[in-house]
Write a protein that binds this ligand. Structure first.
Ligand SMILES: [Zn+2]
Length: 283
C-alpha cells in the first residue's frame, strides 16, 4: 500500500511524471529473452472515469477493469512487468499480470474453493460487504504463462530433470519479476512472480503463485519451464500444492513466510507435465 502512495505523488500539476521503464534483452541461440519492469497500476482512473472500452486513450486501470470484471484488483498490479521468451520461428511464451488475473474465478459458484467459511471467521466483522462479493479474493490463479499458436502443447511423461538443473554452470542472465501482490487486508499474502535463468545448457523459468491465508491455509501453484539447448521443445511442469494450517502443526510457523521452505512441506494436489513443441513458420 505504501508503494502505491509513493507512486501517486509522482502526479504533478503539469501532468503525470513519467517513471522510468526498466528493460533488458538477452539473446540465446535462436531465442530472445526480454523483460520490461515499471511502477504499479494506479488505483484511480486518470480520465475521471470517462474511459471508453477499446478506445486508444483508455487508461491502464480501466483496461484492466474492463478485461477482468473483478470487484477489486490486487493491492499491487505490476501491469508493465512482462517477461517474453521468443523464438526466431515466431513461437512466443509470455508472462504478464493481466492474463494471470483473467484466470481468477469471479463467479459465485466457485467461491467455496477459496475456503470462504474459514475466511468469514477470520475476517473482521465490520467488513461485511467483501464477504458477499462473488469472487475469489485470494486471487488464486492457475496461470501457466501465455503461449502463442506457434507452440504445440501436449501432455507428456517427460519430466524436467532437476539434477541437470542443479549442475553448476555460469549464469548468463537472471531476472525476477513480481506480477501482482495483495496482502488480503492484513490476513496473509497472495503473490505471483516469475524468475528466469539462462545458462550455457539452456534456460529455466519458475513462475510461482504463493498464497497464505493466516491461520487458514497455504497454497503454492508452481509452473516450471526448462529448455535444453538443441531441443525443439520446452518442458512445462505445473504443480499445485496446498495444506490447511492445521495440517502443518509439525512445521515451525517461521517457515510460513518462506515459500521456498514451506513448499517442501505441502502435499501435491495436482501435477501436469506438458511439452511445448516449436512448430515454426509452416503453420
Ligand atoms: Zn480510466
Amino acid at each position: 500500500m505504501e508503494m502505491k502512495q509513493i507512486i501517486e505523488t509522482q502526479e504533478t500539476d503539469n501532468g503525470p511524471v513519467r517513471l522510468p521503464v526498466d528493460r533488458e534483452n538477452h539473446t540465446y541461440d535462436d531465442w530472445n529473452i526480454s523483460y520490461t519492469k515499471s511502477h504499479i497500476l494506479k488505483s484511480v482512473c486518470i480520465n475521471n472515469n470517462t474511459c471508453v472500452r477499446g478506445e486508444p486513450n483508455c487508461c491502464e486501470l480501466c483496461v484492466y477493469n474492463y478485461a477482468l470484471k473483478l470487484p477489486h484488483l490486487p493491492d499491487m498490479v505490476f501491469h508493465k512487468n512482462i517477461l517474453v521468451i521468443s523464438h526466431k520461428s515466431g513461437a512466443r511464451l509470455e508472462f504478464n499480470p493481466i492474463d494471470a488475473l483473467k484466470l481468477v474465478r469471479n463467479e459465485k459458484l466457485d467461491i467455496k474453493v477459496a475456503c470462504s467459511d474459514e475466511w468469514k471467521e477470520s475476517r473482521p466483522a465490520a467488513d461485511t460487504q467483501e464477504k458477499v462479493k462473488p469472487f475469489d479474493w485470494t486471487f488464486t490463479t492457475e496461470y501457466r504463462g501465455t503461449v502463442n499458436k506457434k507452440f504445440r502443447v501436449e501432455e507428456t511423461d517427460q519430466k524436467i530433470d532437476i539434477f541437470k538443473l542443479m549442475r553448476r554452470e555460469p549464469i548468463y542472465f537472471y531476472h525476477d519479476l513480481t506480477l501482482f501482490e495483495d496482502e488480503l487486508h492484513d490476513h496473509g499474502i497472495s503473490v505471483l512472480n516469475v524468475k528466469v535463468r539462462v545458462m550455457p545448457s539452456g534456460f529455466y523459468i519458475l513462475q510461482r503463485f504463493f498464497l497464505r491465508v493466516d491461520q487458514v491455509l497455504i497454497r503454492i501453484n508452481d509452473t516450471r519451464f526448462h529448455y535444453e539447448k538443441g531441443n525443439n521443445y520446452i518442458l512445462r511442469e505445473y504443480t499445485h500444492r496446498e495444506a490447511k494450517v492445521e495440517q502443518l502443526k509439525h512445521v515451525p510457523p517461521a517457515l510460513f513466510i518462506s515459500p521456498n521452505e514451506i513448499a517442501e512441506q505441502l502435499p501435491v494436489i495436482s501435477k501436469v507435465n506438458e511439452k511445448l513443441t516449436i512448430i515454426g513458420d509452416g503453420e
